[in-house]
Write a protein that binds this ligand. Structure first.
Ligand SMILES: [Cu+2]
Length: 157
């Protein structure tokens, strides 16, 4: 019994430790991840949650990565019964606010991947903020359930 509890505790510690974050200026980025790309699909999808710890608002103006031809910020919205994606030119974040991409229908669309995304890949990405400047992050390629869980656990810290 005691051994089993230890194993459980270690497993929990392990799952919590498997997350990462980045800071630049007043921006904190929590556990950015991308999902494995589907066979025959040229584009990939990533989720980047970020917090503004400053006293003034900031805006995510653009995203780039050597792993894709270009990156778009997409918003998914229901239009009647039809799910539509549209591209946003920027995402503004108020002081003290956290943008949770998956919860707000946002994601990064990585267009024309140079190579398919596989679980375990680490994708270097640069986020361009109007005030904080360039924030260099690494998106971990994980199954959506796993990446989302690690992101949520990380937000609790
Ligand atoms: Cu999209």
């Amino acid at each position: 019994m005691k051994n089993r509890l230890w194993a459980l505790a270690l497993a929990l510690l392990g799952s919590i430790a498997e997350s990462h974050e980045f800071k630049a200026g007043d921006i904190r980025v929590v556990h950015p991840y991308a999902v494995p790309s589907l066979a025959g699909v040229a584009n990939g999808q990533g989720f980047v949650d970020f917090t503004n710890r400053g006293a003034v608002s900031d805006s995510l103006m653009g995203v780039s990565t050597p792993a894709a031809q270009r990156v778009e910020i997409h918003e998914m919205k229901m239009d009647g019964a039809v799910m539509r994606m549209r591209e946003l030119t920027s995402v503004t974040i108020a002081p003290g606010q956290t943008v949770r991409m998956a919860d707000s229908g946002l994601h990064l669309m990585l267009m024309s991947l140079k190579a398919p995304f596989k679980v375990g890949d680490k994708i270097p990405v640069t986020l361009k903020f109007a005030r904080a400047g360039d924030v260099r992050i690494e998106m971990w390629v994980q199954d959506k359930a796993q990446g989302g869980k690690a992101m949520h656990e990380h937000h609790q810290k």
